[in-house]
Structures are given as C-alpha cells and as structure tokens.
Design a protein around this ligand. Structure first.
Ligand code: GTQ
Ligand code: FE2
Length: 374
C-alpha cells in the first residue's frame, strides 16, 4: 500500500511526517506490518514445472553452440522461478539447474562457498573430481561437491551427459558470504583411484555396502552437522534397493529416504537435504505442507502432483518446485521415483521447521500449463 493511500494522509501534517520519515531513510512499520509479519510463509517463488521436453532440446542446442570455458565455467540452464522477478533461482533459497557436458568436454576446476549436489538424469562417462577424488557419475546417483571443495566435471565418454544441479547459492548470497576461486589448472589432479570416498565408506553404503548409515527412511531429524558428508557419492542401486525394501514392508503408498552423512547421521550438506521418494503404482501420498522450499526432479515414471490446488502432470526428466508452506500431494498410476532437494536442514537448525498433514485431499482447481492455472 502506498503511503498516500493511508487513511488520514489527507492531513497535511501527517503527509509531511510521512515524507520526512521517507527522506530520513526510515519506514513506518505500522504501514507494512501485515506485509512483513504474515500468518504463514508467503514465498515469492510460485509452484512451477519445467518440462524435460523443453529443457532437453535447449541443452542439446547449447552443447552444439556454446563451448564450456573459463569465465562462463559451466553449461548450465538454471530454473528461473517466474515469481522471483528474473532472478536465476528455482525458489528463494534454492538453485536448481540442468547441466550438460558433451563428449570429451571438461567443465573447469573451481571452488566456491556455496555447496552443491548433482543428481544424474541421463548418460555416462562423466566423473566429477572433488578435492582430488574422481567420482564416477551414472543415472540415479547423487554426487556431492561441498562448499569450499575444488570440483571439475570431465566427460571421458563419447556421449552427452545431463544432470540436475542443486545449490544453496541463494542462501549463501542472502548471507553475503559468496566466495569463488578458479583452480590454476583446467582439471585438478586426481590423486589415486576413482571413487575413493565410496571405497572408504564402503561398509556404510558404498557399492555392495549396507545402506543403513547412508540413508534414513523418512527424513533426517538429527541436529545440524556443520561439516558436509565425507561420502561424496550415493549410488542408485542402493537407493533403489532400500526403496524396494520399504515398499515391500508395506510402508507405501509413498516411501521416502533421505541421504545421510554416514559420519554424523545428519543431512548430506549443512544447508541441503536430498531424498528419494517412490510413489507406488496407483499410489497417492498424503497432502502435506512444510516450511522450506523443495525442488523435485522426476527420475523415473510419470504422475502428477497437486500443489496448492493446481495439478502438475510430470514425466521423467521434468523438474518442479514446491514453495514453502504450499500443500502438496503426489500421484502415479504406474509408479514413479522423485528426487527431492530441500533447505530443511537450515530451517531445522534455526528452529523454523514446521510440517503438517492436511485433513483432506486438495480440490484440483486448475492444471499447470492449461490457461487458468499458474
Ligand atoms: O557444476 O560447479 O549449476 O559452480 C552452478 C554453479 C553448477 C558447478 C551450477 C556451479 C556449478
Ligand atoms: Fe561449481
């Protein structure tokens, strides 16, 4: 509301008070209280979906036309939520993006304070080197590049690769704590064999290991660990196996695991939580809302999610955002696997996390992309 519309501003003394307050670089709280202290979160980001059918051809055109070089650093298409006024963020707290690398390309080594995760969508042949440890990437794998760690991506194969990037960049930016540094070399040296963190933590869940310490059914509620997970790769085979076990144990219609720091039991990065959610065939999850933003990446299958009454129909490779405190429920006829990235560790650490299950299913009042809704 503009001050000139305020009741009583017809009074010249009041008008000049407001003018003098503004000229002094002050704002009268009583005119903006309701905008600021909202009964529930009012994220500027809106529920939104980016389709693989749109993302993927654009990424392929970029592979043909745009080299990956120093300065630009990465071939990345960031999800720009239309509620955020052109800022390149999926939600107020989360960066989400599609990254791609063609055959024999290298995305140069650098490091930065924002932490990142990669969830592999398609292709093979790329490894991400994290502080000297080359982590091979395959579809369904989760790879961590914690804040401060040197990282570069190298494609040693003969095909293109596509993965989802999630970063806490908007949070680190809000804290005015972004630092970035290029590595002196294009590729940092790889010290020893590939996948060393996986070998070191094999008993905790590396290839053939026991998933118990690397994944938690439901969501991690352990206290914040300011250190990132020492395990840098979480393999799809194990995620899949644990989800299948939970489904077989009758935990459906939605079974979820959160990836865990095997050292502390906390989330994978201090700022970011990563989980995998399986909607069983014919399943519908309970309607819930949570404080904190979530970005979902559809890994396998097709289905829909109803977010604040709008139905989002999705298929493999699609990405969508559920903003803070939006009601969400997922459905799939044939079954589907959704990767989820969230800021919950930060909310939990600060005592801001809230979650509630709604008493009944949402009424669908629109379909995303079909005129009325969104
Ligand atoms: O791969 O290092 O999507 O630094 C954004 C910033 C990816 C990366 C992003 C990055 C990277
Ligand atoms: Fe990076």
């Amino acid at each position: 509301m503009s001050l000139v519309d305020e009741p009583g501003v017809g009074d010249p003394r009041l008008r000049s008070l407001y003018e003098d307050i503004a000229a002094a670089g002050l704002r009268p709280l009583w005119t903006i209280t309701e905008q600021l202290l909202t009964p529930t979160p009012r994220p500027r980001a809106v529920p939104w979906l980016w389709r693989s059918a749109v993302l993927r051809p654009l990424a392929e055109r970029a592979i043909r036309l745009v080299p990956v070089e120093r300065g630009g650093e990465r071939r990345v298409l960031s999800l720009a939520n239309p509620g955020l006024g052109g800022r390149p963020y999926a939600a107020g707290t989360l960066w989400g993006a599609l990254q791609c690398l063609g055959p024999n390309e290298t995305a140069p080594a650098h490091r930065h304070t924002p932490g990142a995760i990669r969830f592999v969508i398609e292709g093979e042949g790329v490894w991400t080197t994290v502080d000297g440890d080359a982590c091979d990437m395959r579809p369904g794998d989760l790879i961590l590049t914690p804040g401060g760690a040197w990282h570069d991506h190298a494609n040693g194969g003969d095909g293109s690769m596509f993965w989802f990037d999630g970063l806490d960049l908007p949070m680190v930016e809000a804290l005015d704590a972004v630092f970035f540094e290029p590595h002196p070399e294009l590729r940092q040296p790889v010290t020893g064999p590939h996948n060393r963190s996986e070998a070191a933590w094999a008993g905790a869940g590396g290839e053939g290991g026991d998933a118990a310490r690397t994944m938690t059914p439901g969501a991690v509620t352990r206290a914040l660990d300011p250190a990132p997970s020492p395990l840098l790769v979480y393999r799809w085979a194990q995620t899949d196996a644990l989800l299948s076990r939970l489904a077989a144990a009758g935990e459906g219609p939605l079974v979820s695991v959160e990836f865990t720091n095997p050292h502390s039991g906390a989330s994978v990065l201090p700022t970011l939580s990563c989980g995998m959610h399986r909607v069983l065939p014919g399943g519908a999850s309970a309607p819930v809302r949570r404080s904190g933003n979530t970005v979902f990446v559809v890994f396998r299958g097709a289905g829909s999610s109803v977010v604040d009454g709008c139905r989002f129909d999705w298929t493999a490779g699609d990405m969508f955002v559920v903003p803070s405190w939006s009601a969400v429920e997922h459905f799939s006829d044939g079954g589907a696997d959704l990767f989820g990235l969230g800021d919950a560790p930060v909310l939990r650490a600060l005592g801001l996390y809230r979650e509630e299950t709604l008493p009944r299913r949402q009424e669908v009042t629109g379909v995303f992309g079909e005129g009325t809704a969104a």
